[in-house]
Design a protein around this ligand. Sequence first.
Ligand code: GDP
Ligand code: IMO
Ligand code: MG
Length: 428
Amino acid sequence: MPAIAVIGAQWGDEGKGKVVDLVAEKADVVVRFSGGDNAGHTVINRFGKFALHLVPCGIFSPNSVSIIGNGVVINPEVLFQEMDMLAAAGIDTKPGHLLISDRAHVIMPYHVILDDLEEGLRGGKAIGTTKKGIGPVFSDKVARLGIRVGDLLDKGFFEQLRTVLDYKNLLLTRVYGVQPLSLIKIYEDYQKHAARLKPYVCESTAVLDEALKAGKTVMLEGAQGTMLDPDFGTYPYNTSSSPIAGGASLGSGIPPRAIARILGVFKAYCTRVGGGPFPTEIPGEMGEFIRERAQEYGATTGRPRRCGWFDAVAARFSQRVNGFTGMAITRFDILDTLESIKVCTTYKLDGKMVTDFPSSITTLERCEPVYEELPGWQTETCGVRKFSNLPEAAQAYVNRLEELVGCPTNLICVGPERSQTIVKKRLF
Ligand code: GDP
Ligand code: IMO
Ligand code: MG
């Protein structure tokens, strides 16, 4: 059985956690392939309610193996807190059920400090990062200054850390004028982390290769969303690793051709947290109404999420770069009370229609959304389990999104719980 990737199709927080938890019941292996603890994936199932930042949402499935892949960046303290929290809730987080790639990069104390200092320097143009050290750790990965999980276990770790920290302390003291960090303290702390990580560390590509060859179902869990991709997102208001389907191969070591199904997770509207252009953002009372009804507050930072109408220009672009084989439309129930619902079909720029998502944010900022208005259904949908039982207007809304995005719908989520899902087209 080839692999299936679950990808954030908008600006993150689409409900990937819920979808992965649901689909993971049928998966043998679940791999997180990008991002770090900037992610916050909410899962509500029979074990309780969880916001996972690093551990794959497949962890609740007793028969599947969860892997933190090479493309993920790990803050060990955050990971351990999460593992302890899960263990306290009776979830198995033992080595074997959870595995960690030796190639995953590690978030060091200076990454978190530098994320905060860099954001401060940007002033009014701050990206609105989660301040978890994500930009700095991925910069170090590319600059060949990173420390990987495997390095923590290596005899050469002290010397490696000394070299990097000499440089980071110059940056901290001479550029930013803040206190240097202690080599010994970091070394001792990360030696302790290494001891706890050790039993989990593996050559994850071998585990995945074996699983694929044995015909097992591998699921790739995306973090963030396509419009936050460093290449295809609203650069520079983006994250620092690739959340798209291509990133799933890169961040796990699975060959691209092994990924046969790509499920794009879309909210039935849009949200964005942090700075950057957001053409369909709803100003004023309506935006606030959706935020309050949906409780659109970040699972990682608690920040209010900006709310907007479904942006089909961005969605079509997302479909283009990911090649979704199907959509999961989440938070459908949030629209239940609305009299009418807007969908942005094109942008208008200097009197001309724009159907391609612009690469430049200055262009994007000047684009005005052109809306099509669809009738609302004004009926509660959270108890519906069959597409044909949805009100006609609700079916028409889904059909219109399919047309605009250009791909079929597999799942429609009508509530945050696992069971609150309509299967429109079977995934397996
Ligand atoms: P992720 O980062 O993509 O996993 O998404 P988050 O967990 O950050 O945010 C999605 C939020 O929507 C969470 O609070 C979920 O519990 C919730 N959610 C997911 N699907 C639905 C749905 O269909 N209806 C409602 N009302 N909430 C949902
Ligand atoms: P999940 O996986 C929504 C956003 C931040 C900021 C930008 C850069 O839960 O969907 P970073 O800390 O990554 O350097 O911040 O990216 N961002 C997210 N927004 N959901 C996420 O993850 C996000 N991860 C990062 O708000 O705008
Ligand atoms: Mg989230």
